[in-house]
Design a protein around this ligand. Sequence first.
Ligand code: GLU
Length: 398
Amino acid sequence: MSLSQRMSLIKESPTIAVMTLAQKLKREGSDVIILAAGEPDFDTPEHIKKAAITAIIDGKTKYTAAGGTIELKQAIVAKFRRDNNLEYTTSEVIVSAGGKHSIYNLLQALIGEGDEVIIPAPYWVSYPDMVLLADGKPVIVDCTIATNYKITPNALKQALNNKTKAIILNSPSNPTGMVYTAQELRALADILISYPQVYIITDDIYEHILFGDAKFVNIANVAPELLNRIVIINGVSKAYAMTGWRIGYAASKDSKLIKAMETIQSQSTSNPCSIAQAAATEALNGDFSSILMMKESFQKRHEYVVTRLNKIKGIKCLPAQGAFYSFFDCSEAINNLYTAGKINQKNDLAFSNYLLNNYLVAGVPGSAFGLDNHMRISYATNMQELETALNRIEHALC
Ligand code: GLU
């Protein structure tokens, strides 16, 4: 069998690969603790599940409009008005099978051969590969712990040129949990103003998972003059513990772009699941108490995990402001393990394999997110498991 040329450009999603491997080990009887999955451990709230059951009973089991039901689109429009102070019409939003699918469709509609897409690293694992699938060129801008893993105006300026077609911003960030402030976004906007051909894609999927006094701001709130070229991606997966339902959405004032995404969708997947759309409509319109409960829980776990991590020899972890990941620098720990002959290579892949094989803790190596010598662990799991996992990591590195 000879696969297409395009398959040589991309790899399997590393987050999904680690999750699949760890779940297999678990099924085979291993006591592995899986801190790889980027999904809330909570169940979908009851009222949302009931809405799906009602949809089935009411026969909402047929095709819907390719770009989503009018009810869900209206709920999305209302969400943007309520939560983000942004006005969209239903023809400026599209519903897809998860935020990931929205990004994929968007890049397919927007990016062509040679178009450059700026991706600040550490980035979510799928952005570069999705750009490659659209024949574009990912331009990775390395961001370090010194700038809280965020892109600076200067670094942005250096990456921009006349081939730049888009930039992808993700705040709160997966994997770092860092949040861009209004001032930081304004400073980026001041640079982007001079590049009118550049679309600004914001992945806001962790919008509601914020800690302490961190505030969610979209660049559209601080730079309304850029609104026409901002495309917002969001979804119900993380905020409402609905990862398996696969409902995400995109919004843009450029309704031709939304229409193009719908065309792609109509020729590939057709509509997202009708039942999941009914559930998502209830999620966006309904009672928000579950968001607060989950957020408080993530915040407590975050404090616990970061405190413990920073007490472990060779690990340095910045506190996050949102999402449910700890992304830590383990370069010193890698060095120590290598010097002691416990790992054969001095990198985070060897480090994460060592933790998985010898201490039964599954995390995702930082290099999967574009930054070596780091590791991401998710604390979307219960406190007891977190405590055991951290005891194991401590033991592995002592
Ligand atoms: N976004 C989640 C993660 O980063 C889910 C898995 C995926 O699609 O990458 O783990």
